[in-house]
Design a protein around this ligand. Structure first.
Ligand SMILES: [Zn+2]
Length: 281
């Protein structure tokens, strides 16, 4: 199994020089870091998180604060993805979770190759994932036009990435699992309280996306203590608040040398139950 062409959705095959081609003649070069750019349009790869944000996230995640989440996601994939079926990490970021899941599956599969696919809309993110996980198939692509064939994967993971449930539904086989991690009510609440006058709690979505049913919900919550201005700033840069914090908040942040905050995640496991997205059969 390989990625499909984002233009015609026919399977790509690896040709000489690392080029991938579809039967219609569309071709894609391999980037030096190992990923393929399968994003349509001339601006390919300039979307999504920029280099600064990707590197900040990689730095923060390397400190291990989100390890309990990574372990839990890996455990769920291990448990729900049958041996020999493909996995997709949609919106893989810099590959922190991809690597965890890869390692968990490799342990199970032994030395046999496994089909793990990962993409992100950011070229910088795809580059880091490629370097971190050389055995994983990595490309630059959009969640709204996933470069995978219909019903071709057994599980999709989505960790803090935009939820493209229709495309996810299309690429999953019937009965396949959609594993989604997102912030729970008081995730980073103490950080928010420092930055905003009226900090509000998140309101996590509780309804399954159309065409799916909820099979398991895991809640993870604990307190973290982040020391050092570079580290508190890295945490800030990987949140949505980096986009919308005003001057007052930024000033507070620049003086923050340590931070105690709650982190809370929900990991939902959904199962694809209908052939049509949103329609019962
Ligand atoms: Zn094509």
């Amino acid at each position: 199994m390989d990625f499909v062409c984002p233009k015609c959705r026919k399977e790509l095959t690896l040709c000489e020089g690392g080029v991938k081609r579809c039967p219609e003649g569309h071709s894609y070069d391999r980037a030096r870091a190992g990923y393929y750019n399968l994003l349509l349009g001339s601006s390919g790869g300039t979307h999504g998180d920029n280099r600064q944000m990707v590197e900040a996230r990689a730095r923060f995640l390397s400190l291990g604060f989100y390890e309990p989440l990574a372990d839990r996601v890996a455990e769920l994939v291990y448990r729900y993805l049958p041996s020999g079926e493909a996995l997709l990490d949609a919106g893989c970021g810099e590959g922190y979770y991809t690597e965890r899941v890869y390692r968990a599956l490799v342990e199970r599969e032994g030395a046999s190759p496994i089909d793990i696919f990962a993409f992100d809309i950011s070229k910088d993110a795809a580059r880091l994932t490629s370097r971190r996980c050389p055995s994983v198939n990595v490309c630059v692509a959009s969640s709204y036009n996933m470069p995978l064939a219909d019903s071709s994967v057994g599980a999709v993971i989505n960790i803090f990435s935009p939820l493209a449930s229709e495309e996810t539904h299309r690429v999953l086989r019937q009965g396949g699992k959609f594993i989604v991690a997102y912030p729970d009510r008081r995730h980073l609440f103490d950080l928010k309280e420092k930055l905003y006058r009226n900090a509000y709690e998140n309101e996590p979505e509780s309804e399954p996306p159309p065409g799916f049913r909820l099979v398991e919900r895991v809640r993870i919550g604990y307190d973290i203590h982040v020391v050092g201005r570079e580290n508190t700033e890295s945490l800030f840069l990987m949140t949505p608040y980096a986009y919308r914090t005003g001057e007052r908040g930024r000033k507070i942040l620049s003086e923050l040398t340590e931070l105690d905050t709650r982190v809370e995640f929900i990991v939902d496991v959904y199962e694809k139950i209908t052939e049509n997205h949103g329609k019962e059969i």
